[in-house]
Design a protein around this ligand. Structure first.
Ligand code: AMP
Length: 279
């Protein structure tokens, strides 16, 4: 892949990268479409598929994460992806089991709260694998989804801080007709769980409605408590966190107004889902 990327670079071909963990859905394909628009018909769109073990905690769903390479490959072909980069663990972390892989990229500011707090080694895995993908594919732009809001902010920060010569583009969250954010993990939501997962988008809508109806800022603690009660009325739902923060710095705010960013993580049965929106 790196050799191909160097050839493209020498020939002046524009390259856009869409990093994914596979089990593609329309949300991923909207990232591909964005990459294609940016690099043009003569540019190259690369999509990586890699379920990166270093971003999963020991109790998380690494081994059960949904995979279907044949279907992904077909979707990529239909979407006009030029190359799929789908390495395996021995290629990405050679000799990892013997401790011979020992260099990691760690972002130490934006990654402290929310997902970083709930999943302590997660972002170290993300920034490390994304840095590796950038060096391997050498794109001039990479496209990420706003669905993973904190991740996109951290990747942008890494690119800025470490002088990666590329631009990060963030694409809005694509949703199902009923509002549920598209996610590979939605596959886990059998039967009743699928409808209970609607507590995520409905929490965002509820918070937005309250903020817009209120003539004054709403204390974040009050809104958090209210949303926790709302979410846990669904029998299979357990709130992991809900946070209100400044959209650029990710700093939590004490009171919530129009323009505050909200993010939440909720377990629906065993499945952990995240969502976020600007209020
Ligand atoms: P994943 O395969 O879940 O790691 O996601 C790969 C990329 O697709 C990430 O940049 C995600 O933010 C993005 N993505 C995932 N779901 C959606 C969605 N519903 N809408 C837009 N982008 C998404």
């Amino acid at each position: 892949m790196q050799e191909l990327a160097r050839r493209w670079q020498r020939a002046g071909v524009r390259v856009g990268l869409v990093p994914t963990m596979g089990y593609l859905h329309a949300g991923h394909l909207s990232l591909v479409e964005c990459a294609r628009q940016r690099v043009g018909p003569r540019g190259k769109v690369a999509l990586s598929i890699y379920v990166n073990p270093t971003q999963f905690g020991p109790q998380e769903d690494l081994s059960s994460y949904p995979r279907n390479f044949a279907r992904d490959a077909w979707l990529c072909q239909e979407a006009g992806v030029d190359v799929i980069f789908a390495p395996d663990d021995t290629q990405m972390y050679p000799r990892g089991e013997t401790g011979d892989f020992s260099t990691f990229v760690v972002e130490e500011g934006l990654s402290r709260g929310m997902e970083g707090q709930a999943r302590p080694t997660h972002f170290r895995g993300v920034t490390t694998v994304v840095a590796k993908l950038f060096h391997i594919v050498q794109p001039e732009l990479a496209v990420f989804g706003a669905k993973d809001y904190q991740q996109a902010a951290i990747v942008k920060r890494m690119v800025r801080d470490l002088n990666f010569p590329l631009k990060i583009i963030v694409v809005p969250t694509l949703r199902e007709a009923d509002g549920l954010a598209m996610s590979s993990r939605n596959k886990y939501l059998a039967g009743e769980l699928r409808s209970q997962a609607l507590v995520l988008p409905r929490s965002l809508e509820k918070a937005r409605a309250e903020v817009r109806q209120s003539s004054r800022p709403i204390p974040a603690a009050r809104l958090k408590a209210e949303l926790k009660r709302f979410i846990e009325r669904a029998p299979a739902a357990r709130l992991d966190y809900v946070e209100f923060f400044e959209p650029h710095t990710l700093v939590p705010v004490p009171s919530v107004t129009r323009g505050t960013q909200m993010a939440l993580a909720v377990f629906i049965g065993p499945t952990r889902l995240i969502d976020n929106a600007r209020l």
